[in-house]
Design a binder for this molecule. Structure first.
Ligand code: 13P
Ligand code: SF4
Length: 327
């Protein structure tokens, strides 16, 4: 049986909801998931919001409609729960850009240093880190650190550059990138801005154009109040209160569904139509149904490794509410 979104039976959502009830499962969906998955989920959010829900929700089973590191983080936070990922191959190019050995090598050279790991990393890398962060709290996490120690920020170079600029903290930054966001280039953003002189601009800090957006705000080419560097959750919060007529969006295009639903009078336009994460899109309606029905694919993290990784994730969660965009 193949269920694509064009031929999805009307009963699909009911079946998913009924199986979730029978299994005592909560369905979490990242903001980049396809609309059908977002609509059937119990919660839709960014990495930080979903980690918080995974840590506290009473359901015995978490079905994570997102990518592997997100489901793994849920398992790290709730080892007693069953965490299901509907497609085991849903990885992340950014998480794959660094290994635990790379982190250990930096720590050998800087025994007094602190390692800040973006959640887009494996459990092995988190276990070597001192504290985690997401795009919505990275600046707050770095500000919480003592000022006189070396900091290693990993693995995203564009998020790292953004955090260095807004906090003024010197940091060593790993040269990793997400292939989807890195391709949203300075040239793309310049072209779109010149075509749309009255539009506002939302930029995810993983984008290759993040530095340009900041440069533009700094020079006044684009007034600072029209450019915002935001996590996907920050973009959702923006949509809830905006009165803008047209908004350019520089991130994975899955977020547009949420933004358009929340602000139907605002036109949200992608900076790049090509910004589609192939891993996020591996989660299909059919695979979600199969996951609940056949109880697959269970995400496991070896307990000792999970305990070490949990310290750095819990330190991040304890940092409190993020300031929007981490500014
Ligand atoms: P957010 O934390 O902003 O949702 O981003 C997660 C991600 O994978 C971005 O590519
Ligand atoms: Fe990873 Fe990039 Fe996909 Fe986010 S958009 S899950 S960082 S590959």
């Amino acid at each position: 049986m193949t269920l694509d979104t064009a031929t999805l039976p009307e009963t699909w959502a009911q079946e998913v909801r009924e199986l979730a009830r029978q299994r005592n499962a909560v369905i979490l969906a990242h903001n980049y998931q396809i609309p059908e998955i977002q609509d059937v989920a119990d919660y839709v959010g960014d990495s930080l919001a979903l980690s918080r829900i995974a840590a506290t929700h009473p359901a015995q089973v978490i079905v994570f409609c997102g990518v592997h590191f997100m489901a793994e983080t849920a398992k790290i936070l709730s080892p007693e729960k069953t965490v299901l990922l509907p497609e085991p191959e849903a990885g992340c190019s950014l998480a794959a850009s660094i290994t635990a050995d790379d982190v250990r090598s930096w720590k050998r050279r800087h025994p007094d240093g602190v390692v800040v790991a973006y959640v887009n990393t494996s459990a092995e890398v988190k276990a070597e880190a001192d504290i985690c962060c997401t795009s919505s709290n990275a600046a707050d996490v770095v500000r919480s650190l003592p000022t006189d120690i070396p900091i290693f920020f990993l693995p995203d170079q564009f998020l790292g550059a953004h955090v260095r600029r807004v906090t003024g903290r010197e940091m060593e930054i790993w040269a990793g990138e997400c292939h989807v966001h890195a391709e949203i280039s300075p040239a793309d953003v310049r072209r779109r801005l010149s075509e749309e002189p009255n539009a506002e601009l939302l930029v995810h800090p993983e984008c290759g154009c993040t530095t340009t957006a900041l440069y533009l705000t700094g020079t006044g080419d684009l007034p600072a109040d029209r450019t915002r560097v935001l996590s996907t959750g920050g973009m959702v919060a923006y949509a809830k209160q905006t009165r803008a007529r047209r908004v350019l969006v520089a991130t994975e295009t899955g977020i547009l569904y949420q933004l358009r639903k929340l602000a139907p009078r605002t036109e949200f336009v992608p900076v790049s139509e090509r910004a589609v994460c192939p891993y996020m899109k591996m989660i299909t309606p059919e695979k979600l149904l199969r996951s609940l029905r056949d109880f697959i694919y269970r995400v496991e993290v070896e307990p000792e490794l999970a305990a070490r990784a949990r310290r750095s994730v819990e330190r991040m969660i304890a940092i409190g509410s993020p300031s929007v965009g981490g500014e």
